[in-house]
Design a protein. Structure first.
Length: 476
């Protein structure tokens, strides 16, 4: 049954490998279950518990639906969830709607969901008409080859930088790369961080032990290396919390509720589209916001799909991924589901790369991750105790492996090397895959035009470059 559905033998994989890969992907992105509702509600400051609960369930459901559709429609090991960056932008849009219309936060949130609904419908149409696939093909091969390494650096930046934030009486958040390694001496770091220093040391030690465990196991040919490394790191962190910080890592489970708050979802987010509030922000603003969400989501998804597929050896000689149309269609379905249930744009997650490194090659990996997202509606408190330090170990390891894709870039060709170099820097700095691709496309087009190779660039590549120029300079 599973062999027939997912063509496991043809993809040189097994049921065990795929399930472990799906579990690995889920563990590296489980943070989104709580983080997304936190970001969209200001940690419950806006909309209270009811809206938080609604967004929490929407996150689980939309992630599961998009990922499961990916499994069966495209047979790819990629998982989906509300995109980081896009969710923060969505929260800013909601606050702007509050300012423009005078509506309450919940009503403005429901108005903003109309933007996501329109975006998802537009993507469905473009995917069915193969427009999004044509856009993928318009990205030059050299730029496409640089996407995976750029994502690798971005993953390392997340793992070593923004994935773990520690607070203390001296403020925060304090981050690993900036605050621990940035300090001149441990004494100075302790002075700056106060009581947060002990947690920072535990985080750093845990992360590197987890990373080394993953590397050693991988070198020994253990396919579950990433998952086992994360488990080892988690155990070490929990023990460190209990012994050195005097914290019970499982205390939250004693009072946690395992009953999904469906009533709150029905009252705040499920099919709660405030079209009247959407119209109140003005047609020009509304259209501009839809276009902005479309551009960012489209190229974030394209970049993740191409980059991760490149690492997994799923691209053909021309740098194209089979079933790209189906993968993009799955992304659109996820976004529409997110709008209907009550969350920001759903997109393909770069953490899918961790499952690919664990051996995931088919939709069975995605199906496993999707089922775990559904289960999270009931076991969210358990998923919530996975320490960020363990996730960081996996992200850094996968990032290193994706950087090796630079060997495929022809650095003797200035038309390839400059766009790729710019993407390598732009992606971690901007925090956006889409923006980095835009800079790469602009650089590629400009260099070819002024070196007498204008005819080598497709018309659609020029069009995309102009679109990004307009977006960057008009700040839409």
């Amino acid at each position: 049954m599973l062999e027939k559905l997912f063509k496991l033998k043809a993809n040189n994989t097994t049921v065990k490998t795929e399930i472990l890969a799906g579990l690995t992907t889920f563990m590296t992105m489980a943070y989104i279950i709580a983080l997304n509702p936190n970001l969209l509600t200001g940690f419950k400051a806006n909309g209270g518990d009811a809206l938080w609960n609604g967004v929490f369930l929407a996150t689980c459901i939309a992630s599961a639906v998009g990922t499961i559709v990916m499994a069966f429609l495209a047979n790819k090991p990629f998982a989906m969830a509300p995109g980081m960056g896009l969710n923060s932008f969505f929260a800013v849009v909601v606050l702007n709607i509050v300012s423009i219309t005078g509506l309450g936060y919940v009503e403005s949130f429901q108005a903003a969901l109309c933007i996501i609904l329109v975006e998802g419908i537009v993507f469905l149409i473009l995917s069915v008409l193969n427009v999004r696939e044509k856009i993928v093909e318009a990205i030059p091969l050299g730029v496409r080859l640089g996407i995976a390494p750029a994502i690798g650096i971005m993953l390392m930046n997340i793992g070593l930088g923004s994935n773990v934030g520690i607070y203390s009486e001296n403020g925060g958040p304090f981050y690993v790369m900036r605050d621990f390694f940035g300090a001149l001496t441990p004494g100075l770091a302790k002075t700056n961080m106060g009581s947060g220093y002990a947690a920072m040391v535990l985080t750093v030690v845990t992360m590197f032990i987890g990373l080394f465990v993953i590397v050693i196991l991988a070198q020994k040919g253990v396919k579950a290396a990433v998952l086992l490394g994360m488990l080892v790191a988690s155990v070490i962190y929990w023990a460190g919390e209990a012994i050195f910080l005097g914290v019970n890592p499982f205390a939250s489970l004693a009072t946690a509720s395992f009953i999904p708050p469906f009533k709150d979802m029905a009252a705040t987010t499920l099919f709660k589209f405030n079209f009247q509030g959407f119209i109140q922000i003005g047609w020009f603003t509304a259209i501009t916001l839809v276009i902005t969400f479309c551009i960012i989501d489209m190229f974030d998804t394209i970049g993740t799909l191409v980059g991760t597929a490149s690492r997994a050896g799923m691209l053909d000689k021309e740098g194209k991924m089979p079933n790209m149309k189906q993968a993009l269609l799955s992304d659109a379905v996820g976004t529409v589901t997110g709008a209907v249930t009550g969350t920001s744009t759903v997109t393909t997650f770069i953490e899918s790369a961790s499952g690919v490194e664990a051996g995931g090659r088919t939709g069975l990996t995605a199906l496993t991750t999707g089922i775990l997202f559904l289960a999270s509606m009931f076991i969210a408190p358990i998923a919530g105790i996975i320490p960020a330090a363990a996730t960081s170990a996996a992200l850094v390891y996968v990032g290193v492996l994706m950087i090796t894709g630079l060997k495929n870039v022809n650095f003797d060709d200035i038309c390839q090397s400059v766009p790729v170099a710019l993407m390598l820097i732009a992606m971690p700095i901007s925090g956006s895959i889409g923006h980095a691709i835009g800079i790469g496309l602009i650089a590629y087009s400009v260099i070819n035009v002024f070196t007498g190779k204008a005819k080598d660039v497709s018309v659609l590549t020029y069009v995309l470059s102009v679109i990004f120029l307009v977006k960057f300079f008009l700040a839409i």
